[in-house]
Every structure is written in structure tokens, then in C-alpha cells.
Ligand binder design. Structure first.
Ligand SMILES: Nc1nc2c(c(=O)[nH]1)N[C@H]1C(S)=C(S)[C@@H](COP(=O)(O)OP(=O)(O)OC[C@H]3O[C@@H](n4cnc5c(=O)[nH]c(N)nc54)[C@H](O)[C@@H]3O)O[C@H]1N2
Ligand SMILES: Nc1nc2c(c(=O)[nH]1)N[C@H]1C(S)=C(S)[C@@H](COP(=O)(O)OP(=O)(O)OC[C@H]3O[C@@H](n4cnc5c(=O)[nH]c(N)nc54)[C@H](O)[C@@H]3O)O[C@H]1N2
Ligand code: SF4
Ligand SMILES: [Mo]
Length: 868
């Protein structure tokens, strides 16, 4: 048995993982020595072993739809890129990269594009994620530096989470906060989010703010801090910032933000009174047409209150992706050059010297939304997409798809065989995935950790940095891309960070540039800076001495999405607990689909009544750009006038399940980050004639007009279907072609079908007017092991095992504990706390992510008891 220390490839918490391979079977557990998680993992991290299968992987290079050799694919990429560069110049070429690449991959991509192809056109999905936070830090601190760490969260007196659902999106950090609050009951937690999320579980206060209005709340707080007469004022532009905030009274803020004055006042009182306060902010702030200003409104209150550069204090932007920070370090955004350098003459000259290039890009390149618009207009003619799925994640996805379809050369580096974006690619490079690749990532608190391989490279997959270096060679730049190992790429990157850097650039890891291969291999997690000069600035505490801080005067703006009579609601979007982004890694893991297995839309009860949609029913949500279909969840946790839907589903997992087909490509003028959290929409009920659950061993071509949602079932095709007009004839024809024996149960609108091939279950379909309540466990068992008795077959045809009632919707994914079992334990066995539930059923005792839901169920039972 071998054990490898590596890092989780999902969120920016950056947890350490111990991976074991025993007889070819992978297992993972949290690394107790890693300072990000001290052994904890959330359910996504804990399920990593289930994502290492090769069934859905891209394992060989492809050229124009045909499998080819690496030589053929690389030659074609080189020739086609060269032709486009020769005819249209380097500006006609672009790279679109990702915060899920390793730092070494990212460095190679940035060097190739800006340094050698010679245009600034390399942007990344971090544009959709962190770019407003970057702008905020650069404007205030003069550098893209996160001035906080996880220990600050634990040692604060007031933790403000704004636009962050950390319980689901940064679960291990959230668990650290939960623990810290238990240890220090004086600690207060305030959540600011239009929705009441799982994060509110430990909140002393939840401000259900009107969408897009957070700048008003923080500008008002700045004014309140100023009024105390104790504000710290020795920052550039402080007086202008205070002057601009002067008319933001509590009454004006409450009106602007749709909050009660008393709630605003009490938040301000708490913030001012707290000896230490820290604000964690993520996508509810960044993904806005004025996200940069919101970031600075937050930073301003920390500067003015002196809750900055001290333990337990500061404006802490949490990174989303595992290596969003690494991308910022190498300069992977089109608006940065490299290693925290910009397009200033001195920077350009320095990087030219370091890279030894004649062709360095002299100006910033196109930012993500503009880049895809330029592809659509035919100005950019070749795009190489690595580690991201823009056909799903960019706003206005119909336009993005059209742009990709018309683009003369689309190259992708991917791990998944089929993604929406890869369907448009002319050249597909198979990349190494987590567990196979080797390099470094940097987490939210600037901590560099190693991702180490513990599996052999599958098929012909290769490391992303290697693929980039090979294409660079094809383009004639072999001398600058001669690395043989990722350690060499890392050393070069580290050396550049310290090159002619006498403390002017905060990002300095030159102290790691001379690590030997062996030392790099065993590198322990380490926070930057790590300067060769040995006297790096203390980026946590040393700011005041530097005197480089600035308060940015802010006028709060409203969102650009406008409610109008035809589109009267605001559609918000974000993460669910167990899925990762466009689902290429998590969508096929049954355990991760148990919690939420279909795109849903959350709506407030009064809106549901007004628009005639029902809990559990289907609805169409539409904007002027597109439409999506989702299952309705009526909930008091949703702010009236707003809807919420997950960002994850897309054409590979559902028909019309993609939020971004509705979202407008409106961006922040400073950061270029899209307003992904707010879209004006309408909602209407959709009652199909029937809905059903479909299981089959082999793929079956179904009529195109059907609505379908793909589920994760081991070795099977499981779809939820809905439609008008029956598909009974089509399914019977499929059975006939296979010469299968069929069993049908038909009663009114209910129609069930089983198809057998000599006692082996081949296909099952259970349909009714509304979605039938079937026991998936029973069905999966029947596919694995055919039921022997007639009674068992009858139970199967009914979809329910009457002797083993279904467990209900899975709440605890770690131990597959369902809602019905939990409610029964509460109502019949008298469990009244999460601890008691944990002792009886184990739920909530592993990663803890379901504790908020367990508490909600306990709360429901309490309310029920009161009513009875
Ligand atoms: N499970 C899971 N975890 C993930 C990811 C994942 O895909 N799945 N992705 C990772 C990535 S890349 C990222 S960027 C992070 C994102 O982490 P988060 O930003 O925490 O996640 P989101 O769900 O996108 O959005 C957070 C909250 O912003 C709220 N919000 C919307 N509009 C507003 C507003 O106007 N004001 C305020 N104050 N709040 C608003 C939403 O209601 C939502 O609850 O998660 C990371 N972690
Ligand atoms: N409406 C709306 N839209 C959003 C958001 C939102 O909240 N609402 N959030 C935005 C945010 S914050 C983000 S970060 C983006 C995320 O959106 P994307 O980046 O588009 O989503 P992913 O599914 O993570 O895409 C990563 C791709 O890289 C592949 N991949 C995985 N590992 C590797 C690797 O090692 N090498 C290579 N070459 N490929 C690999 C995966 O199979 C997958 O296809 O979505 C953004 N879009
Ligand atoms: S919290 Fe984030 S980094 Fe940690 S295990 Fe979960 S997904 Fe991975
Ligand atoms: Mo993100």
C-alpha cells in the first residue's frame, strides 16, 4: 500500500488529502498535518476516490473528430495556429485558462501567450470569479494580496459573511468557524445574503439584503464609523471616501438595501464595538456589475475602523477554485503581465529580459466576456481552452456557443470525454487529472501546497504544462519551453517572482526557486512571501509601515438587471453542496447526486402563489435571452421578488437546465466580471402530461422533444423524463427490437414498464402525471441482481418495496441517510438534537455539511409538535 500527501482539487480552502492505493483501489482521507484542514474533508473531498475512474475520460488526442497520435495532433495545432498568426497577427489568437490548472500549467500558458505568441489574450475563468476582488485589493493595497488567513477567522470577535454560502462552498473553513464559535460563545456571526442559506445556521443575525445593494450597506457603515470620531484617516483619498459616504444615513441604507433600520443599526453597532472583525466575501459581492466597488466598500470599513493588519481582522476574499490564487500569481489574467507585474514600461522591459523574448505583448488582452464577443465577431480566430467549460459558465451561453461554432480553430485541453465546450473543438488534447498530475496550488490564504500524483497517467493523457510546451515547440519556441519536469517550471516561476524585486512586488517566492527536485517533492504547505532576500514584507501585519494604502471613494450603484413588467423577478444563481461547477467530475458520482439531483428553482411562498407554481412541480424561467426548466422549491428562505437556481446543470446533464442561457453579458467596468448573480426573469408553471423515471442498461435514443435530467447510477443510464404526448410506443418498440419480455402496469395516467432478457432486467420505466415516488435503491438492486420471486418482480413493477419503505431524499450524503428516516427518528424515537441523531443514524458525524439541514428538520418537528 502506498500513501501520498496531496491537495483537494475542488475549492479554495485547499485541504490536504492523504490518498492511498491498495490493490488498485483508491481511498482518501483528510491530512491531519495540513494547516488548512487538520484532517477534515467535506463530502466532495471525501468522495474524491469515486472520481478517479476512467469511464468518462478523454484518453487520446483527437483531430477533427478522429483519434490521432500526439504527433499528428501537435503538428496540426502548430500549423493551424501559425497560419492564423501569419495571416491575422497574434491578436487573432487567444488562450482561455482556468483556476483549476496547476501553477506550473498556468505559468507555461501565460509565458506562451504573452511572451512568445505575443498578445495579451490569455484570460481565465477567474474573470467570472475573482477579478473584482483582485481589482479591489489592487486599488486599496497597491497589490493583489489577501491580507488574512484562516486563523484570523477563528480568532475574531465578529465574523461577517457577505455574499458567501461558506457552509456549502467552503465547508471545511465553515466547520472551523463553527468550532471556533463553540469555543468562544462571545463570537458573533453575521450573514448578509438575500437568501437564508445553510451558512445562516450559526448566524446571530441574517440580513436578507435586496439583490445587488451591498455597497449601500458598507458605505453606510463607513459613515457610521466616521461619526464615532475615532476613524483612522491617514490613507490616501480618505476624506473623499468619507465625504461620499456622508449622506448614507441608516434610514437611507435601510431603504436602499430593503432592510429594517433596526437591523442595519445593530449590525453597525456590532461592527464598531467588536475589538476584532473580519469580513469574508465571495460571489454575492464579486459577481456584480459594480463588484469592484463593493470590494472596496468592504475594504474601506476595515481600514477606517482600524480592523486591518491585526490578528482576527481584515477584508478576506475567499477564492473559489483550488488554484485561483496561483493564476493570479503567475499573471494569468489578460489585465496582468506576470508575477504581479503590469504592462508598465519597466515591467515590460524586465519580463522581456527574464524570458529572453523579442515578442512580449505590450498591452493587456481581451477579458473573458469581450474575448468571446471578439470570437463571435470573427476577430479572434483561434482559441485554446484549458480546464474550463465556457459554453456553460459564461453569461449569454447561446452567443458563446454560436461564437465557438463559428470559430475557425477551437483547441481544448480536457480531462472529460464530453463537455459542452469540447463539442465545438477541432483539436482535443487529453490532460492529466487530479491524482495523476504533479505541481502546486495556492489556496485562499496564500498557502502553496503540492498536488502529488499517486496514479499512473491513463491512456495517452499528458500534463497540461507538457502539452503547452509541445505546442510552443511546434511554433518555434523550443528554447524557452525546454522543461523536462514541473519542478523546473516551478523554479523558473519562483525565480521570476524575485527577479529585480527589492520588495516592490508583494508576490515573491524566490526563496523557493533553488529547491532541488527532492526538496520540491517534499515541500510542506507554505504561505508566501518566501523571499530569497530573507526580509519579505509581512503581508499580514506590515501594511501601515508601508504607507501605501488607499480608501476608494464609493457611490453605491444598483444592479444593471432591471425588473420590468414582463420580467418581474430577479434570478440569483450559485452552488449546491455536493456538485462542482459544470459537473464533469461530480455529476457521475451517485453519492454526490443524492442530495439534489435536478436543477431546482427556489421561490418565496407569496411569489409561488402569485405566479401559480407549486412545490415539487416544474416551471419555466425565462429572460429575453433564453429559458430554463427547473423543479420548484417553495421556501420561506427565499426573499420575495427573487429566485435562486444552481449554476451546475447544462446540456450534458439536462435539457434546458442551464442558467447562463438566461444571463446577460453585463460586466463590471473595472474588473470585467459578469453580473452572474442577477438576471431579470419571469416564471410560469409547466405541467407536462407525464413525468417518469427511466433506467436502462444501454443508451436509448429518446424523442428530441422530451425533457430529460441525467442522474448518476452505477453502470446504468438513469434519466428523469417529462413530456407531452406519450413515449409508450417508442419504448415498446425498443423492447421488441431486443426481443425482451415485458411487464406493464397501467392505471389511469400511471404507466410502468419492465423489460427482461432471460430474467435479466434490461430497462425500467415508471411514469405518472406527476413524478412517481419510486425507490431507486430497489431498482438499482434489481439491475445488479435480478429479483427471483414473482412477488419481488411485482414490487419492482410498482416501484416500491412495501416491506422496505424508501428512506426519502438523502440529507447526509456521507452515510446516505434519508429525510424519512431522520424525521422518523425525531418524531417516533424522540431524537431532539443533532448529536442524538448522529448517535442513532450517524448522519452529520463525518463532514458535518448536512448539520444545517438536520437542524432544520429538528426545527420542523418542533413546529409540528407545537401545532399538534
Ligand atoms: N459545493 C461547491 N463548492 C464550491 C464550488 C462548487 O461548484 N460547488 N465552487 C467554488 C468556486 S469556484 C467558488 S467561486 C465558490 C463560490 O462560493 P460562494 O460565493 O459562497 O457561492 P455561491 O453559491 O456562488 O454564492 C454565494 C451567495 O451569494 C448570494 N448572493 C447573491 N446575490 C447577492 C447579493 O446581491 N448580495 C449578497 N450579499 N449575496 C448575494 C447567493 O444567494 C449565495 O448564497 O465556491 C467554491 N466552492
Ligand atoms: N450564472 C452563474 N455562472 C457562473 C457562476 C455563478 O455563480 N453563476 N460562477 C462562475 C465561477 S465563480 C466559476 S469559477 C466558473 C466555473 O466554470 P468552469 O470553469 O467552466 O467550470 P468547470 O466545470 O470547473 O470546468 C472545468 C473544466 O476543466 C476540466 N478539467 C478538470 N481538471 C482538469 C485538468 O487538470 N486539466 C484540464 N485541462 N482540464 C481539467 C473539467 O472536466 C471541466 O470541463 O463558473 C462561473 N459561472
Ligand atoms: S472544503 Fe474544499 S478543499 Fe476542503 S475537502 Fe471540501 S472541496 Fe476540498
Ligand atoms: Mo469561482
Amino acid at each position: 500500500m502506498s500513501e501520498t500527501k496531496t491537495t483537494c482539487p475542488y475549492c479554495g480552502v485547499g485541504c490536504g488529502v492523504l490518498a492511498r492505493v491498495e490493490d488498485g483501489v483508491v481511498s482518501v482521507q483528510g491530512d491531519e498535518q495540513h494547516p488548512a484542514n487538520f484532517g477534515r474533508l467535506c463530502v466532495k473531498g471525501a468522495s474524491l476516490a469515486q472520481t478517479t475512474g476512467l469511464e468518462e475520460r478523454l484518453l487520446s488526442p483527437q483531430l477533427d473528430g478522429e483519434q490521432v497520435s500526439w504527433t499528428q495532433a501537435l503538428t496540426a495545432a502548430g500549423e493551424r495556429l501559425q497560419t492564423i498568426i501569419a495571416e491575422h497577427g497574434p491578436q487573432a489568437v487567444a488562450i482561455y485558462a482556468s483556476g483549476q490548472l496547476l501553477t506550473e500549467d498556468y505559468y507555461a500558458a501565460n509565458k506562451l501567450m504573452k511572451g512568445f505568441i505575443g498578445a495579451g489574450n490569455i484570460d481565465t475563468n477567474s474573470r467570472l470569479c475573482m477579478s473584482s476582488a483582485v481589482t479591489g485589493y489592487k486599488r486599496a493595497l497597491g497589490a493583489d494580496v489577501v491580507p488574512c488567513c484562516y486563523e484570523d477567522v477563528e480568532s475574531s470577535d465578529l465574523v461577517v459573511l457577505v455574499g458567501s454560502n461558506a457552509a456549502w462552498a467552503h465547508p471545511v473553513l465553515y466547520q472551523r468557524l463553527v468550532q471556533a464559535k463553540q469555543n468562544n460563545p462571545q463570537m458573533k456571526v453575521v450573514v448578509i445574503d438575500p437568501r437564508q442559506t445553510a451558512t445562516c445556521d450559526i448566524a446571530d443575525a441574517h440580513l436578507a439584503i435586496a439583490p445587488g445593494t451591498d455597497a449601500g450597506l458598507f458605505v453606510g457603515l463607513l459613515h457610521a464609523i466616521h461619526q464615532t470620531g475615532e476613524a483612522v484617516v491617514d490613507y490616501a483619498d480618505a476624506s473623499a471616501a468619507f465625504a461620499m459616504a456622508a449622506d448614507w444615513s441608516v434610514a437611507k441604507v435601510a431603504d436602499f438595501c430593503g432592510l429594517q433600520q433596526a437591523d442595519v443599526q445593530s449590525f453597525y453597532d456590532d461592527f464598531i464595538a467588536a475589538p476584532r472583525a473580519i469580513t469574508l466575501y465571495t460571489m454575492g459581492i464579486n459577481q456584480s456589475s459594480s463588484g469592484s466597488d463593493k470590494c472596496n466598500a468592504i475594504i474601506n470599513v476595515h481600514l477606517a475602523s482600524g480592523k486591518f493588519a491585526r490578528t482576527g481582522c481584515g477584508p478576506f476574499s475567499l477564492t473559489g477554485q483550488p488554484n485561483a490564487m496561483g493564476g493570479r500569481e503567475v499573471g494569468g489574467l489578460a489585465t496582468m503581465l506576470a508575477a504581479h507585474m503590469n504592462f508598465e514600461p519597466a515591467d515590460l522591459a524586465r519580463v522581456t529580459r527574464f524570458w529572453g523574448t523579442e515578442r512580449l505583448a505590450q498591452t493587456p488582452g481581451l477579458m473573458a466576456v469581450d474575448l468571446f464577443a471578439a470570437i463571435g465577431r470573427g476577430e479572434v480566430k483561434a482559441v485554446w481552452i484549458m480546464g474550463t467549460n465556457p459554453a456553460v459558465s459564461l453569461p449569454d451561453s447561446h452567443a458563446v456557443s454560436q461564437a465557438l461554432a463559428a470559430c475557425p480553430l477551437v483547441i481544448i485541453s480536457e480531462v472529460a470525454a464530453d463537455t459542452e465546450t469540447s463539442r465545438y473543438a477541432h483539436i482535443r488534447f487529453p490532460a492529466l487529472s487530479w491524482g495523476e498530475k504533479n505541481g502546486t496550488v495556492t489556496n485562499s490564504e496564500r498557502r502553496i501546497s503540492r498536488q502529488r500524483p499517486f496514479l499512473p497517467p491513463p491512456g495517452e493523457a499528458r500534463a497540461d504544462w507538457w502539452i503547452i510546451a509541445q505546442v510552443a515547440k511546434e511554433l518555434g519556441f523550443a528554447h524557452a519551453f525546454a522543461w523536462q519536469h514541473p519542478h523546473e517550471v516551478f523554479s523558473e516561476h519562483a525565480a521570476l517572482s524575485g527577479f529585480e524585486n527589492e520588495g516592490q512586488r508583494a508576490f515573491d517566492i524566490s526563496g523557493l526557486a533553488d529547491l532541488s527536485r527532492e526538496q520540491w517533492d517534499v515541500l510542506e504547505p507554505i504561505r508566501w512571501p518566501v523571499s530569497r532576500r530573507g526580509s519579505a514584507l509581512d503581508l499580514q501585519r506590515g501594511w501601515r509601515a508601508e504607507g501605501q494604502l488607499r480608501m476608494v471613494p464609493i457611490t453605491p450603484e444598483v444592479m444593471q438587471a432591471r425588473r420590468q413588467p414582463l420580467y418581474p423577478l430577479v434570478l440569483n444563481s450559485g452552488r449546491i453542496r455536493d456538485q462542482w461547477h459544470t459537473m464533469t467530475r461530480t455529476g457521475s458520482v451517485p453519492r454526490l447526486m443524492q442530495h439534489i439531483d435536478q436543477p431546482m428553482v427556489e421561490i418565496a411562498p407569496q411569489d409561488a402563489a402569485h405566479f401559480g407554481v407549486e412545490n415539487g412541480g416544474l416551471a419555466r424561467i425565462s429572460s429575453p435571452r433564453g429559458v430554463m426548466v427547473a423543479r420548484v422549491v417553495v421556501t420561506g428562505s427565499q426573499r420575495p421578488g427573487s429566485l435562486f437556481t444552481p449554476m451546475h446543470w447544462n446540456d450534458c446533464f439536462a435539457r434546458q437546465g442551464k442558467i447562463n442561457s438566461l444571463v446577460a453579458p453585463v460586466v463590471d467596468p473595472h474588473s470585467g466580471q459578469p453580473e452572474s448573480k442577477q438576471t431579470a426573469v419571469r416564471i410560469a408553471p409547466w405541467q407536462p402530461q407525464w413525468q417518469g423515471e427511466f433506467f436502462s442498461r444501454a443508451p436509448v435514443e429518446l424523442p428530441r422533444h422530451l425533457h430529460w435530467w441525467r442522474k448518476a447510477a452505477p453502470g446504468l443510464h438513469h434519466l428523469t423524463l417529462a413530456g407531452d404526448g406519450t413515449i409508450q410506443a417508442e419504448l415498446l418498440a425498443v423492447c421488441q427490437r431486443g426481443s425482451w419480455q415485458i411487464q406493464v402496469a397501467s392505471l389511469g395516467e400511471t404507466w410502468h414498464l419492465l423489460a427482461w432478457d432471460n430474467g435479466r432486467l434490461m430497462l425500467g420505466f415508471w411514469s405518472a402525471r406527476s413524478l412517481p415516488d419510486i425507490d431507486s435503491g430497489l431498482i438499482l438492486r434489481a439491475f445488479a441482481q435480478s429479483p427471483q420471486t414473482l412477488a419481488d418482480r411485482h414490487a419492482l413493477l410498482g416501484g416500491q418495496d412495501l416491506t422496505r419503505p424508501s428512506v426519502g431524499k438523502i440529507v447526509c450524503s456521507c452515510y446516505s441517510v434519508g429525510e424519512k428516516i431522520i424525521t422518523e427518528a425525531i418524531e417516533k424515537q424522540g431524537c431532539s438534537t443533532t448529536d442524538e441523531l448522529g448517535r442513532m443514524l450517524k448522519c452529520g458525524t463525518n463532514c458535518g455539511s448536512c448539520l444545517p439541514e438536520l437542524k432544520a428538520l429538528l426545527g420542523c418537528a418542533e413546529r409540528k409538535a407545537m401545532i399538534l
